[in-house]
Design a protein around this ligand. Structure first.
Ligand SMILES: *Cc1c(COP(=O)(O)O)cnc(C)c1O
Length: 235
């Protein structure tokens, strides 16, 4: 029962796409402005193939070793892999060489290593800065106050392209409370843009807070459970 069947995954992708486009309409967002990142961590390559058959091209993974074996068996070259887990500095080379996107940059040292280790013949690695919008209740992400400095530094690096900001807020079921950290992230992006930093991405919204994120301007929702079903407890 752990893994959703092929039919279920295909159905789930269709219903998530409908929810996304309904939310785009409801909150006066441009149609197609919210991209769906399918978070396939812990799920087998077969599930990725099923999603790919529904034209899903962007997949998110958190665990490097698992991800590398899936990338090796990738159903198609056009698939883009996004690293969305915590990054240890001894793992940056494999991340730099195998992914198109990294969403979880929260210190300069990691960004520098990724830039140095990215093959200059590849397209630049797309990166988002992970911001802590929940204060003390979260350990991951840089503080709002430190983000401008880090963004300026990352903008100087050769082989990575700063695309935007990402956040994982503390969980709550209250819609208005869900919107708050997402609004903070959108306002932070606008502030950085006013300082001349170019960005086009807000990576925010998961299965339980997707609508709130779209209401506040998300351009990429990262959806796991609602597509692939429940994960094993270790996550
Ligand atoms: C697991 C994970 C997701 C997906 O979460 P769901 O609640 O299953 O949709 C999104 N973003 C990150 C960073 C994750 O680790």
């Amino acid at each position: 029962m752990k893994h959703a069947s092929q039919n279920t995954i295909a159905q789930n992708i269709k219903s998530i796409r409908n929810l996304v486009s309904d939310a785009e309409k409801k909150y006066s967002r441009q149609p197609g402005s919210v991209q769906l990142l399918a978070v396939s961590k812990t799920h087998p390559i077969e599930d990725i193939r099923t999603a790919f058959a529904e034209n899903q091209l962007h997949f998110g993974e958190n665990y490097l070793q698992d991800a590398l074996s899936k990338i090796e068996h990738s159903p198609d070259q056009s698939i883009e892999w996004h690293f969305i887990g915590p990054i240890q500095s001894n793992k940056t080379r494999q991340i730099a060489q195998n992914f198109s996107w990294v969403h979880t940059i929260d210190r300069l040292k990691i960004a520098q290593r990724l830039s140095e280790q990215r093959n200059p013949e590849q397209k630049p690695l797309n990166v988002c800065i992970q911001v802590n919008t929940s204060g003390e209740s979260s350990k991951s992400g840089i503080s709002i106050e430190e983000t401008l400095t880090l963004a300026k530094q990352i903008s100087e690096l050769a082989n990575i392209q700063l695309r935007g900001l990402m956040t994982i807020p503390a969980a709550t079921d209250n819609f208005d409370l869900q919107r708050r950290p997402f609004r903070m992230l959108r306002e932070l992006k606008e502030e950085l843009q006013s300082h001349g930093i170019e960005m086009d991405t807000l990576s925010m919204g998961m299965t339980n807070d997707m609508e709130a994120a779209i209401a506040e301007g998300s351009t990429m929702v990262r959806i796991g459970t609602a597509i692939f079903g429940q994960r094993n407890k270790k996550d």
